[in-house]
Design a protein around this ligand. Structure first.
Ligand code: C5P
Length: 308
């Protein structure tokens, strides 16, 4: 089975407070983009789970979320595991890794969707999402994709009218990685005093973003872009700051870091503008370590593209 596993960007990421499980309570608006990995899953006929990828930076052991997804399904459904056996998972990586684009999470999401189908489990999307949240907060969104509000740890998904076809340019320095635990820990150290004590009566501010998305008003969406993690990542990483400034100077409608970074996106009026922005940034930052992608928003998550 071959699946397409799209990346995501965060149009909105607000940190509300601390949770008793050590994570942060979040209010996010997530958006799938066309930039995607391809995941091939082959029933191996024995009990092995194998992960391979042409990119040597992608681990093939259980530090890979795709491996953990297969392992978790084996534990949850031991009878199906015995009946059908394990998997060979081949990942074709197009999404930059450790970028704040949920590359690892979307690979795992593809595995959850495939295992359900290959093992004839008949799980609902909601059931798959609930299981997937055990190994990563972004995986439930990656399964359904499109445009959605994500709350709790980020695993509680409420779909909203989907945006589609809006062009963005993405920038990521290949050799630059930001650790997500570091970003949240640093945020807690610096801004913990601002956290809402009572997370049940919290006031979240994502409403205007959701309204702008419902109206499909790109200019309003760009006014409402927000990411609290920029407050800790931008001061620490001058290259990310400079990249964001360059996007701004390129005349995009809006620019923001995605997730815990270090990727930065710029929202454009058209494909033509996106190409011009890419060229402008390449001219201003002639550093071959900087990867740029012209891509667009899509209204779907994991899709099965072929099934032998
Ligand atoms: O769930 P995920 O594996 O994506 O989280 C990575 C890390 O990010 C967590 O270990 C935690 O340090 C931090 N995090 C958090 N609050 C969240 C999501 C992630 O503190 N809601």
């Amino acid at each position: 089975m071959r699946l397409t596993a799209p990346a995501k960007i965060n149009l909105y990421l607000e940190i509300i407070g601390s949770r008793t499980d050590g994570f942060h309570e979040l209010a996010m608006v997530m958006q799938s983009i066309e930039l995607a990995d391809e995941v091939d899953i082959i029933l191996s006929g024995d009990k092995r789970i194998q992960v391979s990828c042409q990119n040597s930076q992608v681990p093939s052991d259980n530090s890979n979320l795709a491996y953990r997804a297969a392992e978790l399904m084996g534990k949850k459904f031991p009878d199906a595991f015995t009946k059908y056996g394990g998997f060979e998972i081949q990942i074709t990586k197009n999404i930059p890794i450790a970028a704040g684009l949920a590359g690892g999470s979307t690979n795992a999401a593809a595995v959850f969707v495939a295992v359900d189908l290959l093992w004839n489990l008949g799980l609902t999307q909601g059931e798959l999402q609930e299981i997937s949240a055990e190994i990563g907060s972004d995986i439930p969104f990656c399964i359904s994709g499109g445009s959605a509000i994500a709350t709790g740890r980020g695993e509680q998904i409420s779909p909203i009218p989907s945006l589609e076809g809006i062009y963005i340019v993405l920038g990521k320095y290949k050799s630059l990685e930001v650790s997500t635990p570091w970003a949240y820990k640093t945020y807690r150290t610096q801004f913990g005093h601002t956290y809402s004590q009572d997370i049940d009566s919290l006031a979240v501010h994502s409403g205007n973003m959701v309204k702008a998305i419902s109206k499909k008003d790109v200019k309003d969406i760009c006014q409402e872009l927000h990411n609290d993690l920029e407050k800790v990542v931008l001061p620490e990483y001058p290259l990310v700051r400079e990249l964001r400034e360059t996007f701004h100077n390129a005349g995009v409608l809006g620019t923001m870091m995605s997730g815990s970074g270090p990727s930065v996106f710029g929202i454009c009026e058209s494909q033509q503008q996106a190409k011009e922005v890419e060229e402008y940034i390449r001219g201003k930052i002639p550093n071959m370590d900087l990867e740029l992608f012209v891509t667009k928003m899509v209204s779907h998550g994991i899709q099965v593209t072929s099934h032998a």
